[in-house]
Design a protein around this ligand. Structure first.
Ligand code: HEM
Length: 411
């Protein structure tokens, strides 16, 4: 193990079978031997210790926009290769890759409206989860990803935004196609599907915003055009791009949180028994799933000045990649880090990143997972993996961890 080469960022993605099967063999080795790794393949510096990762995501003086990375930062620059540098950046990216002052200006009203909606959405999430469970009644064996983990997040975010429920399957497809924007290794076919989805969603949201100005509804699109009319400094382009980001950002990730949680609980019956005995532990349980099997592998920043990070000299413009997955299993922070323990003493994980870019959808993702898991095991207390001996088929999308399928037996 010790004389193998330090893995490149590409090897730390599910394209690499070894990483797919157990990412922690490579990540533990990386954190131990080279916790600050200048990776020639991606042109970035990869951090894997919790202290460094936490420090970087929380540091509001760092940049986020990959366009500000040096030319040699191949991976970052690849993400923005097609962006027209003459357009204002806030009309070509969502808040995900925006820097201040635009980031704060756009995120503030969006967060205000989203958080207010999420705070009163528990009843609607419960209704959507119940409806998915009702549809499974009487079935002996089914694919939980397809029937439960995939539909719930798209149904919930569609309901918050107020998009047409008759088009849920179409939104799911567009959302899956558009997430390829974050895949630097996408093939031409995936790029084409991504472009089609992008155009279709832009048209849909442009029409929806115009519609809400004439006929307001009880939904987030109406909240946002109202804030805009009341003086929030947001252009139509900015609004549209960020509404689409909410639709896309929350789907795959929340699907994977629920799917990864169910698999872990079925593989660890003693931990599942704790939930059955006391559903009140659900909040801590979801945090442990986020720590142990986070849906997103990495996030990034760009050095805004020459400085030292993790004990290494860093130059302005260097791309900084932080492994959220490695940080969440750092033995310096977590006792027995590779043990899945749903009543673990809480120490904040980094699954949602941090600082000014911390995931805006975190409260919603938590709510959905909490409701979905409690209700699933109440309705199907004898749920089992249909083929527990089989390694799951992990999706091959870089920087995300989730399963293609999760076959279960209802009793
Ligand atoms: C378990 C589910 C989720 C996970 C693990 C997750 C993870 C993340 C991570 C790691 C970031 C980058 C944070 C950083 O760089 O510091 C992020 C940002 C973001 N997420 Fe999520 N996310 C989840 C759910 C959602 C949901 C439900 C939504 C939408 C409703 C959403 C929308 C966004 C947006 C718009 C950003 C950009 C925020 C910014 O840069 O200011 N995410 N998420």
């Amino acid at each position: 193990m010790t004389d193998r080469p330090i893995p490149s960022l590409l090897q730390l993605t599910p394209i690499n079978e070894e990483f797919r099967v157990d990412p922690h063999v490579l990540l533990d080795d990386l954190r131990t031997r080279c916790p600050v790794h200048k990776d020639p393949m991606s042109g970035s510096v990869v951090f894997s210790r919790y202290a460094d990762v936490r420090g970087i995501v929380n540091d509001r003086t760092l940049w986020r926009d990959p366009m500000r990375a040096e030319e040699g930062a191949f991976l970052n620059r690849g993400l923005v290769a097609d962006v027209d540098p003459n357009l204002p950046r806030s009309s070509t990216t969502s808040i995900l890759m925006l820097d201040d002052p635009d980031h704060g200006r756009v995120r503030q009203p969006l967060a205000q409206a989203l958080y207010a909606r999420v705070a009163k959405f528990r009843g609607e999430v419960e209704r959507i989860v119940d409806e998915s469970l009702d549809a499974l009644e009487g079935q002996a064996e089914f694919d939980l990803m397809d029937r439960f983990c995939v539909p719930i997040p798209i149904d919930v975010i569609a309901s918050i935004l107020g998009v047409d429920r008759g088009m849920l399957a179409q939104f799911r497809q567009w959302s899956e196609d558009l997430i390829q924007a974050l895949n630097p290794f996408r093939n031409p076919e995936q790029t084409k599907a991504m472009e089609i989805a992008s155009t279709a969603l832009a048209t849909y949201f442009t029409d929806s915003m115009a519609d809400r100005r004439v006929s307001p509804k009880d939904d987030l699109i109406t909240d946002m055009v109202t804030l805009q009319a009341e003086g929030a400094e947001l252009s139509d382009d900015e609004l549209r791009i960020n509404l689409i980001a909410l639709l896309v950002g929350g789907n795959l990730t929340t699907t994977d949180l629920i799917g990864n949680a169910v698999r872990l609980l079925l593989l660890n019956p003693d931990e599942l028994a704790k939930l059955k005995a006391d559903p009140g532990i659900i909040n801590g349980l979801v945090e442990e799933v986020l720590r142990y099997e986070p849906p997103v592998d990495i996030t990034g920043r760009v050095a805004s000045s020459d400085r030292e990070l993790g004990g290494c000299p860093i130059k302005q413009g260097q791309a900084l990649m932080v492994s959220l997955r490695a940080a969440n299993r750092d033995p310096e922070v977590y006792d027995d880090p590779h043990r899945f323990n749903v009543t673990r003493k809480h120490k904040p994980h980094v699954a949602f990143g941090g600082g000014s870019h911390i995931c805006i959808g975190a409260p919603l993702a938590r709510l959905e997972a909490q409701v979905a898991l409690v209700k699933l095991f109440q309705r199907f207390p004898d749920l089992k993996l249909a083929r527990p001996e089989e390694t799951p088929e992990w999706r091959k999308l870089p920087f995300f961890r989730g399963m293609e399928r999760l076959e279960v037996l209802a009793q």
